[in-house]
Design a binder for this molecule. Structure first.
Ligand code: FAD
Ligand code: MLT
Ligand code: ZN
Length: 415
């Protein structure tokens, strides 16, 4: 399949100036995987084979079109897991995950793909194959070229294979779903949680009551705890269930006694864990049933995270249907979503550039984990200086002089 991709570029795309839009599971949220004008979709769907797995090192080598959930199932049989997990796992491809540098629900524990991806095979715009598929933990020979392609959203090359370091499957997993009365209590609970759960903490996610109302009303999921302004999901993953449960119980006693948390439920069995995770993972889906969704994916200092939701709510008043906040609090990543009965240009004008200016004022990032794609490329300057954008445009021109790789995406045009 890699050879086909390479021959395609050599004989057709590059020579005939045919633009290509690489596409994995098409779950991206910024329009990077959809053609804009006349680009040809290059799907990785048939590149779905595991190439090798080393059960001593935990190093997996696979083709780019493997679906994330399938890889996880394959690894679970061998007592390992993928180092990333996200709500779109049933459809997204590992190549798409790498191309967007996807974060997800367990970045807090296993880190970014910039650390876990050990090697990549990439077909360049001129049809040559860049084989940087080394399966080594350490390799300081020259520049780390694979990093250029991680998060490049298909604009610098087509990722055809991935080598990734996978952790052992944890022997004990617990999930706590808790209600909190204020955002500052969420932050204090996070601090307590890091202190008391330490190395077994594997996720710290939050959602506000409006998200909860949407998953309950649109998806008919049920809320297992008392109505609260905020909810948190805390996951622990460790190697000793007695030890982990004891730690979690001590933590829960502490946060309940101090009033940081007002109600909660804990799951240790697979079925309940999945049911609780669905409340958080299916917010994206619930939002789509609420109307047109304006989506923002923002990094901010954690203490400022929810102020953006409040300020946006005040600014938009009744012109928005719902303004909700949820996200990867443990990573300082807010998902601010605004719904309306239908798309409205005046509502968009009220949201942008307000959200971007607000984010830049507090030195945040206007795209924490979704990338810039087609929708956000013109706002890059809110998070990067022009010198950096210029250098990016120079890399793009060097690797793709004819501009045939996912044109119109990620970077503003250099003219
Ligand atoms: P696509 O959508 O097909 O493509 C995304 C971009 O990558 C495009 O620019 C495309 O051209 C490029 N691309 C795809 N494959 C390749 C390749 N082989 N070589 C080069 N370029 C390529 N994202 C997060 O970061 N964290 C989350 O928690 C998260 N949760 C999500 C939950 C839901 C319900 C949904 C719908 C999306 C979520 N996302 C999340 C966004 C999205 O799923 C991720 O960005 C995912 O990594 C995209 O993978 P994909 O295979 O669908 O890529
Ligand atoms: C999530 O964390 O649920 C995703 O990034 C998707 C979204 O932002 O809607
Ligand atoms: Zn997310």
């Amino acid at each position: 399949m890699t050879m086909c991709t390479c021959v395609w570029f050599k004989q057709y795309s590059n020579e005939r100036n045919l633009a290509v839009n690489p596409q994995g599971g098409n779950t991206g949220l910024v329009g990077g995987s959809v053609p804009v004008f006349d680009e040809i979709i290059l799907s990785t769907a048939l590149m779905n084979q595991v190439i090798s797995f080393d059960s001593v090192s935990g190093i997996l080598v696979c083709q780019a079109g493997c679906i994330l959930e399938n890889l996880n199932r394959y690894l679970e049989e061998l007592d390992f897991i993928m180092p990333l997990d996200l709500g779109a796992k049933g459809s997204c491809h590992i190549g798409g995950n790498v191309a967007t540098n996807a974060g997800g629900l367990r970045l807090l524990r296993y880190g970014s793909l910039r650390g876990t991806v050990l090697g990549l095979e990439v077909v360049l715009a001129n049809g040559s194959v860049l084989n940087c598929l080394a399966s080594l933990r350490k390799d300081n020979t020259g520049y780390d070229l694979k990093q250029l392609f991680i998060g490049s959203e298909g604009t610098l090359g087509v990722i055809t294979a991935v080598c990734i370091l996978c952790p052992r499957k944890p022997m004990a997993v617990n999930l706590a779903f808790l209600g909190c009365q204020s955002f500052s209590q969420i932050l204090e609970t996070f601090t307590t949680c890091k202190r008391m759960l330490g190395e077994i903490l594997s996720a710290y996610e939050f959602m506000d009551d409006r998200c909860m109302k949407l998953v309950v009303s649109h998806l008919k999921l049920s809320n297992p705890v008392t109505e609260s302004p905020f909810f948190i999901l805390i996951e622990t993953s460790g190697s000793n269930s007695t030890h982990d449960q004891e730690k979690l119980n001590n933590f829960l006693e502490c946060v309940m006694a101090s009033g940081l948390v007002t109600d909660g439920t804990v799951a240790t069995d697979d079925k309940k864990i999945k049911t609780l995770w669905a409340l958080r993972e299916r917010i994206t889906e619930a939002l789509t049933y609420d109307g047109y969704v304006f989506k923002y994916d923002i990094s901010l200092p954690v203490e400022k995270l929810y102020d953006l939701v409040i300020d946006t709510r005040v600014r938009l008043g009744r012109s928005a249907k719902n303004v909700v906040g949820y996200g990867h609090l443990g990573d300082g990543n807010l998902h601010l979503n605004i719904t309306a009965e239908s798309y409205s240009h005046s509502l968009l004008d009220a949201i942008e550039p307000f959200v971007y200016e607000w984010t830049a004022k507090y030195s945040g990032s206007i795209s924490a984990e979704h990338g810039l794609g087609f929708k956000k490329k013109h706002y890059i300057q809110y998070s990067k200086p022009w010198e950096a954008v210029l250098l990016m445009q120079q890399f793009k021109a060097m690797l793709d002089p004819k501009g045939i790789l996912n044109p119109y995406k990620t970077l503003p045009s250099s003219s």
